[in-house]
Design a protein around this ligand. Structure first.
Ligand SMILES: [Zn+2]
Length: 321
């Protein structure tokens, strides 16, 4: 190919001079003004097959078991092995076999938990209609704490607004005895409006009661209420269990990553697995085990979300103690 050597020489010299000038200019800049590491991509794309973390074990503070039946906790232990879960917290639901209905069933449940001490913890629950006063609730909770309960939940508040007086009794009792409350919100349980002002009210009324949000609370991620509440209230946490969370966080992965980093001391990894899913991987929260790995979170943030925040909120002792 034909080219004109005289024409090329001038731009090459010019370019060289410009490069020398630029190099000098950067060398003269103060160190903090020098170009930094390239920033990670703003919206990381989903890898083809994200893997669960291999460098640590999960703590799952939100599972349900048939704790009153002979093999109910064995099913939990098998699932923990399969899913790399080091410790978990079982919360009772109002189903037969999940929550003791008699003193005899209560003794059976306590016997069932004993072999798993330090690995499978338990929460306790009082239905809003079951007590008439705060003191009555406090009496029940003190006995439950003496027998190993470390949290109150899953608090459903069926047919009640979130801040119904019957619910307020329970939050007050939990504040008095120092039990964190894990609550569920949906269309007919612990109901709230857009913005969740009723949750703000409870958080302010009982500032020493730690509350852990779950379920439809996360549906208000898009209107900013979740982020605002976590930032405003030192006593609010959120667990990312259930079907809703990964789906709402997936809508905008850039926002999800920023939200999780901003609230890194407030978010608890969790699944909401239960007796319906322990033996059936198709029914398990498969995405929960990999989703956070797809976001490229800083390591210290991963460790807080996967384990550290659950240890802090539920005051879990190191394993084996
Ligand atoms: Zn649940």
């Amino acid at each position: 190919m034909n080219c004109h050597p005289r024409r090329l020489r001038i731009p090459v010299r010019l370019l060289s001079a410009v490069m020398t000038a630029l190099t000098l200019a950067f060398a003269l800049l103060p160190s903090h003004a020098q170009p930094t590491q390239p920033t990670p991509p703003k919206s990381p794309e989903l890898p083809a097959a994200a893997k669960p973390p291999s460098d640590l074990k999960f703590i799952d503070p939100h599972v349900h078991a048939m704790s009153v039946t002979p093999l109910g906790l064995g099913a939990v232990a098998t699932w923990m092995e399969q899913r790399n879960v080091e410790r978990c917290i079982v919360s009772p639901l109002n189903h037969k076999g999940s929550r003791p209905k008699t003193e005899e069933e209560r003794r059976t449940m306590l016997d069932n938990f004993r072999p798993y001490q330090g690995r499978i913890y338990r929460m306790t629950i009082i239905e809003p209609d079951e007590v008439q006063t705060v003191d009555e609730a406090v009496g029940i909770l003190k006995r439950e704490i003496a027998d190993g309960a470390i949290g109150f939940g899953e608090h459903y508040g069926v047919g009640l607004m979130f801040d119904d007086p019957k619910n307020l009794r329970l939050y007050e009792a939990c504040e008095k005895v120092g039990l964190p409350v894990m609550f569920h919100i949906d269309q007919n349980k612990n109901m709230v409006e857009a913005g969740m002002a009723r949750v703000d009210r409870v958080l302010k009324l009982f500032p020493k009661c730690n509350l852990v949000a779950h379920a439809y609370w996360w549906r208000q991620l898009g209107n900013g209420a979740c982020d605002r509440q976590l930032q405003e209230h030192p006593n609010l946490y959120a667990d990312m269990s259930g079907h809703v969370v990964v789906s709402v966080l997936s809508r905008d992965r850039k926002y999800a990553r920023e939200f999780l980093i901003r609230n890194q001391d407030k978010i608890l990894w969790a699944t909401d697995e239960g007796w319906w899913s322990f033996g059936n991987k198709d029914r398990q929260m498969n995405q929960h085990y990999t989703f956070l790995e797809e976001l490229g979170l800083p390591d210290e943030v991963r460790r807080k979300i996967y384990r550290g925040n659950a240890e802090k909120v539920y005051r879990l002792k190191p394993p084996g103690k």
